[in-house]
Design a protein around this ligand. Structure first.
Ligand code: 6PG
Length: 241
């Protein structure tokens, strides 16, 4: 069953999410000696990453992955790596060899191929013989996309063994991207999806309804999913009048 948490505002979501992520990382590191977390880009998680950097986490045991990346260089304003670098990595001392950057500058296909290889070599394997990420932090688009998996896209049909995919026609600019596959997101031990603002309320309502290729977030594994929203993005906000 998906866990839905509603907070008063975006700052409260960031405070709660940072604390929950830190606790999860500590628990996994205590159990297995290392934790593998993947981050999304966009604007929603920025404050969460800033607060996460202040949490008492033993970062030496953390592997940082990415859920998706735009096909730009790491210093580009559009880069998800740059977002993480300026918020989390600037404070959290994660060993460089444990920061697994998607090489967007290589383009969608070569970048995805390289990342799939790195995942297969450096991420633990799940029971489904799939790269096991302990936690994936996701945002959601107004259209219900997560990472760079967009409504009705062929990437949703990449199959259960696909790890990482190239995207050439993202409706959200820039058009060329690299994304984890739906199979990797569904194999993850847990996904934490963050949404704030009235513009996300319909997408949150849709993702909690029946699974549909038209709402990629609805295809996440529900029993391994936590959704954290502010009042404005709550699926009931409009319905409360
Ligand atoms: C990206 C993100 C994307 C994002 C959503 C929400 O690279 O664009 O990974 O999936 O999470 O589009 O974006 P906002 O948080 O900016 O609304």
């Amino acid at each position: 069953m998906t866990r839905l948490t509603t907070c008063a505002d975006a700052e409260a979501v960031a405070v709660r999410a940072a604390a929950d992520i830190a606790r999860a990382l500590e628990q996994v590191c205590a159990q297995r000696g290392a934790a593998h977390i993947a981050l999304s880009g966009g604007t929603t998680p920025k404050r969460t990453y800033e607060l996460l950097a202040e949490q008492p986490v033993d970062w030496a045991g953390v592997h940082l992955w990415f859920a998706d990346e735009r096909c730009v260089g790491p210093n580009d304003a559009d880069s998800n790596y740059r977002l993480a670098s300026e918020t989390l990595l600037a404070r959290a001392e994660i060993p460089p060899e444990r920061v697994h950057r998607m090489r967007g500058e290589l383009g969608p296909e070569e970048g995805a191929r390289r990342y799939a290889l790195e995942l297969s070599l450096k991420a633990p394997a799940s029971a489904e013989k799939m790269a096991l990420l302990d936690l994936v932090v996701l945002g959601i688009g107004p259209d219900g996309h997560v990472a760079s998996l967009f409504p009705g896209a062929a990437t949703l049909d990449a199959g259960e063994h696909a790890l990482c995919l190239g995207v050439h026609d993202s409706p959200k600019p820039p058009p060329e991207r690299i994304t984890l596959s739906l199979a990797v997101l569904r194999a993850a031990a847990h996904c934490l999806l963050l949404a704030t603002g009235a513009g996300k309320s319909d997408a949150i309502h849709a993702m909690l309804a029946d699974p549909s290729r038209h709402v990629p977030a609805s295809l996440l594994r529900r029993e391994r999913l936590s959704v954290m929203v502010d009042d404005a993005a709550s699926p009931n906000s409009k319905r409360l009048g």
